[in-house]
Structures are given as C-alpha cells and as structure tokens.
Design a protein around this ligand. Structure first.
Ligand code: BGC
Length: 788
C-alpha cells in the first residue's frame, strides 16, 4: 500500500530507468492512472474528477479498455448532459455526494465551509481509493457566458484564491492531493483547445494568475493542471514562461504539473516547458518524447526532473492512503444541504414577501419543472452521480403541511391549452407564487459557452406574464452564473440558487419559510444585459485569438470604472435581517511595503432575526503611476449575529496585496501616497472608510529613454535632481541657468534628447544623454527592488 522510499532511493530509481521507462513514468496509464513500473517496484496513482464531487467511473477506472474505447468514454462524459441528477444517464458511475458547484459554494464566502468541502471530498476519495482529485478549478469568471463558470468561484482573484486554498487544505490534510486547474486563462469554452487568450501582462499578473499564486502559497497543491488553451499564442502546456519562470522560479512551486486531458500538442516542447505529467495515456506522445530525448531535443535532465517530481508525488500519495476508509453519505448529504443554505443569495425581497409564514399561508402555487427536477449541477467532466436529491416541491410540502399547494409545469400556461385558465386562476388565487426557473440544461457546462443570458424555453416571458396576474411572485433560479432579468420589476422576490448540489432543494425550502436566514452574497457582477459584460467587444475572439480587451478591469472593476449600473453588484446579497457598520479603525495610519495592517469595525444586527453578514473590505488607491481599478477586494469576514448583537470584525491585509505589477520594471510596486480602505456590504454599498498614508519611493511613470518627453524626467524630484546636475556638468551652467533650462524644456512634446539639443545647440552628445538615462533607470530600478 504505502511506499517508503528515501529521496536518495528515488534518485537512484530515476538513474536506473531506461528512457522508455522514464517516458512511461511521465505519461498516464489509461485514462486515470499514472504508470506503475513492476521491474522497479514503483506503484501507480489514481486520479479522477472533479471540482465539487467525486466522479468515479467504474467502467473507466475498474474496467480494461483499449485506447479508442477510452477516448470515446472520455468524450462521452464531457458531451453528455448529466446535470439534473435524476436522469439515469450516469452509466456505471459510483454514487457520490454532489456538493454545491463552485459558483454556488463561493457565494458563502466561507473558507471554513470550503475546508469542510475538501475534507468531505477527501473522505469519499479515500473510500474509493482515489489519490488525487482533479480540482479545484479557479479560472476567473471573466464572462457569465463561459461554459465552465459553474465550476469556478469568482470574478475576483483574492476571493477565488482564498476559497481554493481552503478546499486544497481540506483535501490534502486528509491524504488526497488536489489539482489546481486550469492554469491559465481558460475563461471560455469557444474552441477551447486552440483559442489563444491574449492577455496583457498586468491583467495576467494582477487578475488571472493572482488567484493561482494565492492558492499555491496558502495551499501548496500536490499538482497544478495546465489548461487547454493557448496563452499569448503559446500552448499553456508548452509555455516555459508560465510553467517554469512564473510557477517554479517566481512562486517556488515544487509539485507536479499535469496536463489537461489530451491538452498537450507537442510532448517534447511540454517537457521542456515544465509540464511533467501527460494525461491520459497516449502511445504516440510517449514515442515522440522518447525520440526527442534520443536525438537531444529534450535534455535528459529535463526528463529526469519531471520523472523525479512524479515519483515524489507517488510517494506522498501512497503514504497518505487511509486503508479501509468509509464514508457516511447521510452525513455528507446533510453537509451538502448546509453548504447550499449558506450559499443561496437573496437578490430581491420587496414588501418582505419572504419568508413565507408556513403557519398562516393558505394557497401556494408552485410553477416550473425545476421544482421537481432541480438543476443541481452543470454538465461536463465534473458531473457527479448524486447519492440522493432533495426535491424542492417535496420539501416545500414538508415545511408547509397545512397549505394548499398546487404545481404547474410551464406547459400548463400555453396559450389556448385546456389547462391555461385553471393554471392562471391558481396563480391569481395563491398567497404566494413560487416560480422555479433555470437556464437550458446541457447547455450550461463544459464544451460550449452560453450565447445569451436568458432563461430556458420562454421562462422569461412566462415570469413576465405571471407578474401581471399576481403581486406575490418569488423567482428561484438555477443557473451556472449571472442571468438577465427582464422581468425583475414585476416580481417581488428573487433567490439565486446557482447549481447548489444535491441538498439544494431542502435549502431552498428552508430559506423560503425562514428556517434559514439567507446569507450568501454574489461573487460576480450580474449585468443588466450581455452587452455590458467586460470584454464584450472582443468576445469570443476570432481567427484563433481572443483579446482580453478590458485588461485589468475585470468584473466589478469594469462596472465601477465605466459607471455602469449592474443588475446586481459584486458582493451583494440580502438577509431577513439588517446590519449596520460603525467605528472603523486601522492598526496604523502609515504603512510601507512590509506592513501588515489590521482594519477593524463594528457590525450590528439591527433586524429582528439572527443572521450572518459578509462584510467586505476594498482598497481604493489615490495616487497611481499606472491605471488602477477604482477599488479592489482585499479582505472579507462572515459574522453571525443575534438580533441587537454587535461584533467587532477584523480584517488583516498585507502590503504585498496592495501592490500592482509594473511590466516596465518587472516588479510589484506600491505607490507613495494614500490608500482608502472601504468597509461595506457590497462593492456598491460602502458603509465606512479610513485612509492611510503609504511610505514608498516616488517613481517616474515610465522607464526613460532618448525619446521620453522631458516632463517624464522632470515630474519627480529624484530624477529631476539628477538631470539638473547632468545639465550643469555637460553645459557648464550654474544652478539658476540649469533650472531655467529645465523649465524651458519641460513643455516640449519632443523627446528629451532632441529638445535639449535644440535648446542647447547640440552640445550634449547622444551617447552622453543615453548613458545618463541608462544610469538613471538603473538607480531607479535599484530603489524599486529595495522597496519591493
Ligand atoms: C477537463 C478537466 C478534467 C479532465 C479529466 C478535461 O476535459 O478540462 O477539467 O479534469 O478533462 O476529465
């Protein structure tokens, strides 16, 4: 079972292996395993999907299959709709708990709960003999249309990284490895294995890579999965910059990089780039690698390095196996309900239509097929065969045993149908109408993006129509990500359940009847219409290239800068209670590059019921050398409060998280000046603020050269002083003359060399000016490094 080998023995094993054996060791065996080596007694590893449940395919994992059969089996899963959990399309997948999907769970903003998810998934993996779970997935939800957004956490990297680190720690502390995926910029399913995500470096660093960096720093996943797409025109699995320079050199990651399934196109290039493991097994790719090592295109050391990393992973995983592990699936079902309850977001509650008083309500009309077939998950490789599914209508009946409850499918309202009049009469007579809506099933997951933000099959129209027959409409939505709500003004309440897993039916009923006070908040912005989505003008790319034209202004950063009113902002969610914020303080009034700042404030429950509030802290920089978003999330806390209770909330922020990336200096920088910290209930509901001073070197806005306009040299004291001395020395001037000359040059639109030559009559050589600027840049660079 376990594999007790020392580092020295592992190195000796690699030394003893033939090239063929090494190529086998860095390749999969079948769909889900690494290759054992019986000659050298090296055991194998088993991995499987997914991000919110364990998809253990009995055929694929326990059965023997040829290469063709395996590909068909793999594609079969990705392309089949398995989302509702009540179909029998699962074939021979083992039942496992279907927890809330990523876009749902993240709305809990609860890292403790994310840790529990990791623990529960680990327990199921241990029971099934799975060593590595292929999750979590944390690509930024750049557009709500993205096919895999249901698996991912947020449009914000800080929140994504925090949730991911917790899931990873929950898994790995219980002996199951994580695979943090998909690295990087797999933000759309359109031509997903060929499209190049064209992303400027600041956006990459500050948004798309930042969540991975955080999750790796705080969770150290055993594996990182490279993504299918190309990144700035290089296949991610073959990008040396991404997999070696950034991941290993800058972030010191020492685990295994595994490819996405059949994601590698050029195996030798992928080994050279640092992609260790090639999944799943491909005879052709193995042979390409062997040939490339033999003719020197892949250095022997590169193959040895990957081989050793994989053997270390095998050792870690084998020694973490918990023999005879058992799962309490009933307990996990209860956990899935609790998670769903913590994650549901109440978006609207006019005239306090919710919660419904089960003791008083007379008639309830439940509308929509999703009330009996809840959409509990998206479709794709993550799809889990649930152990059981809570049906919302049953749970509603259970909680309101004395109410007269009628159920109507959407077809009951078809114009001219025999049922139309009675269905409308039931809606009119009901004390409350519960409309269960959903996006199109099977078109909400892996392999394709949505093309619109509408609900499925005329549901938007139907909600609009019902709003004219009742003033008590509650819409409950199952959706992977944001949807548009053209009917919003005609309904009284909206609940976003996302894809809340197998316990979501009970969780919804608990929220409807006030047994659970809703406390989730959005982790993405809901746009009014798809045209408002950041990057809309260049989505989904053309000719194989998808330019991320919004740059660093992803999600709320875009809506804030453009002053666009969203349908619902990032961080928004209602409660049956109300909360007040007061008394903000910071542990210091002045910070520098190495500070840790504590921001504290009081939150009071001013409503009549106990509840939880997710308080958010944003940073708003005042003085920026480079373009910055208006505000960015830097911390959050979820507090539970009884009516009337006050708690002091404290959020800790490291200066490193306040920096931005300057590609010219290749550095993370903090600007001198001021930063305001905002505490609020959402990104558009800031309640308190406090400003601190930042001690940092003042830098010119760019690297200087002969063509730099003079104001760029003169804008900042330090460079200005150097330039002053340079002019004095070169032109033999006194202080006053040099000062006058600088004033004279300051407004020129020509480069500094041409300007000075013109003014001083070509007395300064080009070489002298170039060398002055070079030295100045170097001196500034050193100041920057020291301060970083
Ligand atoms: C998906 C991965 C998944 C793998 C194995 C790929 O198509 O992109 O997320 O882990 O298949 O099923």
């Amino acid at each position: 079972m376990s594999w007790n080998v020392s580092d020295r023995q592992l190195a000796a094993l690699v030394a003893e292996m033939t090239v063929e054996e090494k190529a086998a060791a860095v390749s999969g065996h079948g769909l889900w395993r690494t290759a054992a080596n019986y000659r050298l007694n090296i055991p194998e590893l088993l991995m499987t999907d997914g991000t919110y449940g364990v998809r253990y395919s009995i055929d694929q994992i326990d059965g023997m299959q040829d290469d063709d059969g395996q590909l068909a089996a793999f594609l079969g899963v990705v392309n089949t709709d398995l989302s509702t959990g009540v179909e029998s399309a699962f074939g021979s997948t083992r039942p496992a708990t279907c927890f809330p999907n990523g876009s749902s769970l993240a709305c809990s903003w609860d890292v403790g709960l994310a840790h529990e998810l990791g623990e529960a998934l680990a327990a199921e993996c241990q029971a099934f003999g799975v060593n590595i779970l292929l999750g979590p997935g944390i690509n930024i939800r750049r557009t709500p249309l993205a096919g895999r957004s249901y698996e991912y956490y947020s449009e914000d990297p800080m929140l994504s990284g925090e949730v991911a680190a917790a899931v990873i720690n929950g898994l790995q502390q219980n002996g199951v490895g994580a695979s943090l995926k998909h690295f990087a910029c797999n933000n759309s399913e359109v031509q997903r294995t060929t499209m190049s995500s064209v992303v400027e470096e600041r956006a990459l660093r500050e948004v798309y890579l930042a969540g991975f960096e955080r999750a790796i720093r705080k969770g150290n996943p055993w594996t990182v999965m490279s993504s299918y797409n190309r990144l700035n025109d290089v296949q991610a699995a073959e990008s040396h910059w991404l997999l070696t320079e950034v991941l290993r050199h800058e972030w010191s990651y020492d685990g295994v990089v595994v490819s996405d399934w059949h994601g590698i196109k050029d195996r030798p290039a992928s080994v050279n780039a640092g992609n260790d493991l090639d999944m799943p097994e491909s005879g052709a790719r193995k042979q390409e690698l062997i040939d490339a090592v033999k003719d020197g295109r892949v250095p022997a050391e590169a193959l040895d390095r990957s081989c050793l990393r994989i053997l270390k992973l095998v050792r870690t995983a084998r020694n973490a196996i918990r023999p005879n592990a058992e799962v309490d699936f009933k307990k996990h079902h209860a956990l899935s309900r609790r998670m769903a309850a913590e994650s549901i977001v109440l978006l609207k509650n006019e005239t306090a239509v919710l919660p419904v008083d089960a003791a008083k309500v007379g008639k309830i009309a439940v509308v929509g097929a999703a009330a009996v077939e809840p959409v509990i998950q998206g479709s794709g490789c993550a799809t889990t065969r649930p152990t059981e599914v809570d049906i919302p209508l049953d749970e509603i009946r259970r909680l309101a045993p004395n109410a007269a409850i009628s159920f109507h499918g959407a077809t009951d309202f078809e114009a001219g149908s025999p049922s139309e009049q009675s269905a409308l009469a039931a809606v009119e007579a009901a004390d409350v109408v519960l409309f269960f809506g959903n996006t199109e099933v099977g078109y909400d997951g892996e392999g394709s993006d949505r093309t619109h933000l509408s609900l499925h099959a005329g549901q938007d129209e139907l909600i609009g129509r019902l709003g004219r027959h009742s003033g008590k409409i509650v819409v409950i939505l199952f959706a992977p990500d944001a949807v548009a709500m053209p009917w919003i003004d005609g309904v009284q309440a909206v609940i976003a359940a996302f894809f809340g897993g197998q316990g979501v039916g009970k969780a919804i009923a608990d929220v409807l009847f006030g047994k659970q006070n809703p406390c989730g908040k959005l982790t993405v912005t809901f746009p009014v219409q798809k045209e408002d989505i950041p990057g809309y003008l260049t989505y989904p790319g053309e000719n194989g290239r998808h330019v991320y034209s919004e740059g660093i202004h992803v999600g709320y950063r875009h809506y804030d800068k453009r002053k666009l009113a969203p349908l619902f902002p990032f961080g928004f969610g209602l409660s049956y209670s109300t909360f007040e914020y007061s008394n903000i303080s910071t542990s210091a009034d002045r910070i520098d590059a190495s500070s840790t700042l504590r921001i504290a404030f009081d939150v009071t429950n001013t409503g009549g019921v106990a509840g939880k509030e997710i308080a958010q802290v944003y940073a708003r920089p005042h003085n920026s050398r480079l373009i910055r978003p208006i505000r960015e999330l830097k911390g959050f806390a979820k507090v539970e409060l009884r009516p009337g209770e006050t708690k002091r909330v404290e959020v800790t922020i490291d200066s490193r998280d306040l920096r931005y990336y300057d590609p010219a200096y290749r550095q993370w920088l903090l600007d001198a000046g001021r930063i305001t910290f905002e505490a609020g209930a959402s990104s558009r509901d800031i309640r308190l603020e406090k400003t601190v001073e930042v001690a940092a070197p003042a830098l010119p806005s760019t690297i200087l050269d002969l063509e730099s306009q003079p104001y760029l040299v003169l804008e900042q004291d330090f460079a200005r002083r150097r330039f002053h001395d340079f002019l004095k020395a070169q032109l033999d001037l006194d202080d006053e003359e040099a000062g006058r000359m600088m004033e004279y040059c300051a407004s020129s639109f020509l480069g500094i060399y041409k300007t000075v030559s013109w003014v001083a009559g070509e007395k300064i050589s080009k070489a002298a000016m170039a060398s002055f600027l070079d030295n100045l840049n170097k001196e500034i660079g050193e100041t920057v490094s020291k301060a970083a």
